[in-house]
Design a binder for this molecule. Structure first.
Ligand code: 7TS
Length: 419
């Protein structure tokens, strides 16, 4: 295994060697339609390093057992590994306390949890929830469901033609009726990085809590929830080079303590009688039932892997890739970028004159290039730009400039074939 963890000091002294990093990802060594795989669909999901795959296999091979229950050795080992992963995630997000890390299925479940607990308790008739015009559906629909139930109102902060949040308009939406603000850190359809610190400052000035959808940001930049001062932060393991089916809701202790539980069942209780149930302490109050133990342990391995590579280096590497790709793609006649924010990362969405994005995706697939085409679960973003869909290349820590050259050649081929 080439992922023996070095100390951060040792790692800091070395440069980012993308070819060496690629060796950690066995899936990348394959041909697709006879061509080397060029995987540029990282915003949908990322590939897994050997360390994550090993963590999954090792758990099932040696330690499989339920957590927080048994007195036997396997259960003790599983519990220890599960709770160790919680501390790894705590460090990864720089949360103040490991009890602020709640394991959920992913970003979608994290947001639903907040909507159904914090939201149902605190949002009433006529109250308002503020989101932005660049949301993934998972940061729209849970709030709409809450608004429908509570007769409250969803307010949407607009964006400009570059895909940047209009901060003055956002600020104007905040008021005494606003009960929560929910924003993406990084837009999956546009690549825009939002000024979270400023958004939080504006909201907190009016005592409004802020949920940050960190699905796309956490794999691409160092996230410090204490520095951001956000109240909730949601992430998905599978976008973080970890397994599918596992994610995290970070929440500030004070808010989590005051929230009712999300689901009822085993592990989330302190005691049960038919007359009354007392709920468990944090974080278990929000982790009903047997959790995805293997997923949690492997997510721990994923965040340790990211820290071993160094988030600052990953960010710089992807920044260089995006700059290189942006310059090359925008020079191709008939291609238009969707999402040209000054502060951007990871995502290159584009449309081509006279070519449906689906056809772009199909032709590129035959060149071995995996991109996503469609609305990216962000239909209102497509509506904002007056388009049905985009083609989207999204970068990950293992992508190379040579792969971008293959993408450029592929897009030129699309022009030839379709043009
Ligand atoms: N928020 C953002 C910003 C996302 O990009 C996604 C998934 C989610 C939330 C939901 O995450 P999940 O893990 O709970 O599904 N985005 C994408 C995408 O861009 N292509 O496929 C999934």
């Amino acid at each position: 295994m080439s992922t023996v963890l070095k100390t951060p000091e040792v790692q800091a002294a070395t440069t980012y060697d993308v070819q060496k990093v690629r060796e950690d990802f066995p899936i990348l060594r394959q041909m697709v339609h006879g061509k080397p795989l060029v995987y540029l669909d990282n915003a949908a999901t990322t590939q897994k390093p050997q360390a994550v795959i090993n963590a999954l296999v090792d758990y099932y091979q040696h330690d499989n057992s339920n957590v927080h229950r048994g007195v036997h050795l396997l259960s003790e080992r599983a519990t220890e590994a599960y709770e160790k992963a919680r501390v790894s995630v705590q460090k990864f997000l720089n949360a103040a306390d490991h009890r602020e890390i709640i394991f959920v299925r992913g970003t979608t479940e994290a947001i639903n949890l907040v909507a159904q607990t914090y939201g149902r308790k605190n949002v009433g008739e006529g109250d308002e929830i503020v989101i932005t015009a660049m949301e993934h559906h998972s940061n729209i629909v849970p709030w709409q469901m809450l608004c429908e139930e509570k007769r409250s109102v969803l307010r949407v902060a607009p964006i400009n033609d570059s895909g940047e949040l209009l901060m003055d308009d956002f600020a104007k939406l905040l008021g005494p009726k606003t009960k929560i603000v929910a924003v993406p850190h990084l837009s999956n359809a546009l690549g825009t990085i939002n000024p979270i610190r400023e958004i939080v400052r504006l909201a907190h000035a009016q005592n409004i809590p802020v949920l940050v959808d960190g699905a796309q940001a956490a794999p691409r930049m160092a996230v410090d929830v204490q520095e951001l001062d956000c109240d909730f932060y949601a992430i998905s393991g599978h976008k973080l080079y970890g397994p599918t089916g596992i994610g995290v809701l970070y929440g500030k202790t004070k808010l989590l303590e005051a929230m009712p539980p999300y689901q009822g069942g085993g592990d989330m209780i302190a005691s049960v009688t038919f007359e009354k149930t007392l709920y468990n302490r944090l974080p278990y109050k929000f982790e009903a039932g047997t959790p995805d133990i293997a997923g949690v342990i492997a997510l721990g391995a994923a965040v340790e892997y990211l820290e071993y590579l160094g988030l600052a280096k990953i960010e710089q590497h992807e920044h260089d890739l995006l700059a290189y790709a942006t310059e090359k793609v925008s020079a191709i006649p008939g291609v238009k970028l969707i999402g040209t924010a000054k502060n951007k990362a990871g995502v290159l969405s584009f449309v081509m004159d006279g070519v449906h994005p689906h056809d772009i995706g199909t032709i590129l697939d035959h060149e071995g290039i995996a991109i996503r085409t469609g609305h990216h679960c962000a239909q209102p973003v497509m509506q904002r730009f007056g388009i049905p869909a985009t083609a989207r290349a999204s970068f990950g820590l293992y992508n190379t400039k040579e792969e971008i050259d293959v993408l450029i050649a592929g897009i030129k081929k699309v022009s030839e074939v379709m043009g």
